[in-house]
Design a protein around this ligand. Structure first.
Ligand code: ADP
Length: 339
């Protein structure tokens, strides 16, 4: 479905040339869910934007759904792009339009009749589980619902490929899971090829068949997700594998804390980079004058910061808990009150 040959993208900046994508060869099969993981600046966004020619390659070739994207005229490119849907971290919805109008937007541009638009929008609303919300505005929706609108809009033209640019990075863990479930469902139902970029290994583990690990514009390792988890070869890959807390551990932690007497609230903190883990807990204790027990978790310290999950418990009034949660969020750490 997708073949990249010797693809490179060089940006000329005032500080010199930046090789965002450096001579990559990659093949993605029809119906595959393919993940690309890497830290910030690795070149993931540029790579995915080369697939629909939002970036033109400096050299190399891009074939998607049987078309040589890099050779197409502007008009032909517009048609070819209809085979490629895209969803974004911050949804990119039109705020002045309703859910139904957002989803209909690509059909409107294509000149599809109003009746056909309506029919298709209804189908899509059902597919993404937004029944009854067609008349709502994006501001009235939760993050997960907004991404559902993004997905429906991306599927409006019945594409063969769906590109997901950090599509769950702005969502809490539970919502992330439900969006990932929806992507798997769509992949199965429609046979859609999905390419997603992320910095989160649990996203890769949950839904991808294969994964490529990117560093400095290059793919340093790629393979079946299970193989990569069992036998990561490169240091970079090992760091990403370490990010993921084993599910058994999570369950064990939950059982442990629910059994424990007099437990207050339990928060799950998910670190996705940044070097905040140790200072964060100390900061909370000092700032809010609370006792915190660290119940369970697995945090890996990498040169790029802390990654992984941590369960902590603390007691106090609702207001205190809300303040602590807000503070944690302000430190770019994901947090969920689970008890
Ligand atoms: P990632 O998505 O993995 O964070 P990007 O593809 O956004 O990585 O960026 C890869 C490199 O290319 C970075 O060094 C970034 O600063 C640079 N880059 C990306 N887009 C541009 C641009 N439009 N102009 C100049 N440099 C860019």
């Amino acid at each position: 479905m997708i073949t990249l040959s010797k693809i490179a993208k060089v940006f000329n900046t005032k500080d010199g040339e930046v090789k965002a994508v450096d001579n990559i060869d990659l093949t993605i099969d029809k119906g595959e869910i393919f993940g690309v993981i890497g830290y910030s600046g690795a070149g993931k966004s540029t790579l995915i934007r080369l697939l629909n020619m939002l970036e033109a390659p400096t050299s190399g070739t891009v074939e998607v759904a049987g078309k040589s994207m890099h050779t197409l005229s502007r008009q032909k490119l517009r048609a070819a792009r209809q085979e490629i849907g895209m969803i974004f971290q911050h949804f990119n919805l039109l705020w002045s339009r309703t859910v139904a109008e957002n989803i209909a937007f690509p059909l409107e541009i294509k000149g599809v009749s109003k009746t056909e638009q309506k029919e298709r929008v209804n189908e899509l609303i059902k597919l993404v589980g937004l029944e009854g919300r067609g008349g709502s505005y994006p501001s009235q929706l939760s993050g997960g619902q907004k991404q559902r609108v993004g997905i429906a809009r991306a599927l409006a033209n019945n594409p063969q490929v769906l590109l997901c640019d950090e599509a769950t990075s702005a969502l809490d863990p539970k919502t992330t899971d439900s969006i990932l479930d929806l992507l798997v469902d769509i992949n199965k139902k429609l046979g859609l090829t999905i390419v997603l970029i992320t910095h989160e290994m649990h996203v890769i583990r949950k839904i991808c068949h294969r994964v490529a690990v990117m560093e400095s514009g290059k793919i340093v390792e790629q393979g079946d997700v299970l193989d990569i988890f069992r036998r990561p070869k490169q240091e970079m890959t090992k760091e990403f594998v370490k990010q993921v807390t084993e599910p058994e551990e999570t369950e064990e932690a939950l059982k442990h804390l629910l059994d424990k007497e007099g437990i207050g609230h339990v928060l799950q903190l998910t670190f996705v980079g940044g070097d905040t883990q140790r200072p964060l807990i100390t900061d909370i204790v000092r700032k809010f004058d609370v006792n915190i027990s660290i119940l369970q978790g697995k945090i890996s310290q990498t040169q790029h910061g802390s990654y992984g999950s941590l369960f902590i418990s603390l007691s106090g009034e609702e207001k205190l808990i809300t303040d602590v949660v807000d503070y944690i969020k302000s430190q770019q750490v994901e947090v969920e009150v689970i008890h």
